[in-house]
Design a protein around this ligand. Sequence first.
Ligand SMILES: NC(=O)c1ccc[n+]([C@@H]2O[C@H](COP(=O)([O-])OP(=O)(O)OC[C@H]3O[C@@H](n4cnc5c(N)ncnc54)[C@H](OP(=O)(O)O)[C@@H]3O)[C@@H](O)[C@H]2O)c1
Length: 246
Amino acid sequence: MTIIANPPIPQVTLVLAMSLDGKIADAQRGAARFSSVADLAHLEAQVAAVDGVLFGGGTLRAYGTTLSVRNSDLIAQRQRRGQPAQPIQIVWSPSGNLDPGFRYFRQPIPRGLLTRAAVAADWVQSGLFDTVWPVPEARTQPWDWPWVLAQFKAAGLHTLALLGGGGLAAELLHWGCIHEILITVCPLILGGSTAPTPVEGEGFLAAAAPRWRLLSHRVIDGEVFLHYQAQPSPPAPGPGGEGSKP
Ligand SMILES: NC(=O)c1ccc[n+]([C@@H]2O[C@H](COP(=O)([O-])OP(=O)(O)OC[C@H]3O[C@@H](n4cnc5c(N)ncnc54)[C@H](OP(=O)(O)O)[C@@H]3O)[C@@H](O)[C@H]2O)c1
């Protein structure tokens, strides 16, 4: 995997909570509310640290809402850094099939929509989003994430928290566009073959799997907070079996 580590794309951190058996929700694929108060505070701190938050349409449909920054100290820290009180909360929905009745649309946050150009106009007209990023059809088959993220960067979003779900995480991982992962392992088992996992999609063959370096680990009340950084993939073996340089 080639890591796109430098601008023009924002620094992207995937933040998730996962059961012991590697599920991010139960088999009904509803909202995941199994982590502790400590994990929620950890998540809020990540949201408070960034310029923008990105999540998939499946996640918004599961929760109907997103996590805003409510802690007044965290809001004050943002303002001291010259950031607005809340990061923009961007939903990726190629179909634009979102219910305007979701509580998300009444939360006191800036909202963004990333969608296909063909369905963007109706949402622009609705006035429900502060910013709509329409993506030309040619860049949606497949989604050209380096290009999309460069648009975010050009809009002043230098840091992005990626809050799932597994469908969206798979998209960005495929392009090498995730720089760090913060994953909380929670002491429960969800099981079930239909329960979502941190990374959906087609997956990677083991030989080509993205590799991660552990930066830190903490244990709080039985939950394990892990922090990983993307590692560049080793050079492909050359004809003599040695690594070849690009
Ligand atoms: N534990 C945690 O930390 C955590 C965090 C986040 C989410 N979750 C859980 O994860 C689940 C949601 O994850 P998810 O993987 O289902 O959804 P997701 O990653 O949030 O969203 C999936 C995205 O894929 C798009 N999509 C689907 N089929 C597509 C196709 N054929 N071509 C292009 N785009 C396509 C959808 O677009 P449309 O909008 O157009 O359909 C949607 O935007 C929920 O159960 C939620 O509770 C858990």
